[in-house]
Design a protein around this ligand. Structure first.
Ligand code: CMP
Length: 146
């Protein structure tokens, strides 16, 4: 069965690497089901990353995510959540370069904060974040809206 995940091209990758990342997405067999370019407000970034509120890097993360446009995407594929995480590689590009040199983060991330892309960590998060960014299209996507 097809699955959906939320992917984000972060502000650090939008100028230089957006097209390459989109090519990689399409070349890896994901369908782009929804797509929206937006500048997150501080409030939205805080809400989006609320699971990380207690982390020492939280304020830096929020600041970074608001500094310019992001590209928000709903990716659809079998096993999309896990597949997209594998395509991104580990959060830390130093680790990514050794364990998954072809991953997006190995290729495009500059450090663990400015790591070029985001992806939901599990199905429940995917559903929550898709709804947060795109609103009630979730029902349409999962087919239980009608
Ligand atoms: P992401 O996968 O979007 O989820 C949380 C984000 O926090 C992560 O990518 C990085 O951008 C950032 N992050 C995670 N760990 C650290 C860290 N140790 N220091 C700074 N930023 C981090």
């Amino acid at each position: 069965p097809k699955q959906h995940t939320l992917a984000v091209i972060k502000p650090d990758a939008m100028n230089q690497h957006r097209e390459e990342i989109l090519e990689e997405i399409r070349g890896s067999g994901f369908s782009v089901t929804q797509l929206k370019e937006m500048v997150l407000s501080r409030e939205m970034a805080e809400e989006f990353y609320k699971e990380h509120r207690e982390k020492p890097f939280f304020s830096q993360l929020v600041e970074f995510m608001c500094r310019g446009p992001c590209l928000m995407l709903v990716l659809t594929k079998e096993n999309a959540v896990e597949e997209w995480r594998a395509t991104m590689g580990p959060s830390d590009p130093d680790q990514a370069k050794t364990t998954s040199p072809n991953s997006l983060r190995a290729r495009f991330a500059s450090d663990i904060l400015h790591n070029s892309v985001h992806g939901s960590s599990n199905e429940q998060q995917a559903e929550e974040k898709i709804r947060f960014i795109f609103g009630d299209i979730c029902a349409e996507l999962t087919g239980d809206g009608e």
